[in-house]
Design a protein around this ligand. Sequence first.
Ligand code: BTN
Length: 234
Amino acid sequence: LNILTFDEINSTNDYAKKLAEKRPDTAILIVADHQTAGYGRFKRDFYSPSNTGIYMSLLLPINKIETDLPTLKACVSTVKALRLNFPNADLKIKWINDILLNNKKISGILAESINDGKNGIAYVILGIGVNLNTTDFPLEIQDIASSITDSVTVNRNKIIADIVNEFFKINHAENFLAEYIRFCGTIGKRVELVNGNQHIVGTAEKIKSDGSLVIKDDKKNLHCFNSGEITKVY
Ligand code: BTN
């Protein structure tokens, strides 16, 4: 694995996209202390202040590496790495790409894919952000965001290495979906999901083998989602 580190960068995902233009044939990890334009799903900002969080992207050439359901795999590897380092933290996955501690978001994952110019995907970029001992969140996310610890000493490099190691272990594991489901706090809850202009309220029933979420509405109709965001958990 090639590793590139930066004190400051606009976004490790953007940097990975630029690197992909050079068509590297090995996996590359990009890590920054601080991002000036970190972003998440739906083009939202990802708060990325200096030295208190993990801001990393894995650029994966898909001919070399099996990258089925990459977002789910990255979620499981991040949760496992965080549990290794913070065994008492009650961490749960919120479908599909968030990790929560006591119902507040401490980590988000953003998978982006790069096309090969013909008809297939050439690279997957897995962007992982974790609030380790982050403080002073912007006002608009103060109620929903948190960090995993208030300790001033955190071994960031070890946690990054653990995430990467867990990812490469999980990448070929048959049972990673079972682990995703085990860590997923969404199943069984009454939720509101927004997908484009579709809003639905119902019970999160299960996660299918393709990673999609099945919600049963109040008329007992089942709806299956490949994308979308859970906006409320009741
Ligand atoms: C989300 O919450 O919707 C996903 C957040 C992903 C943030 C990470 S931080 C490293 C990488 N670089 C980015 O600009 N975003 C991802």
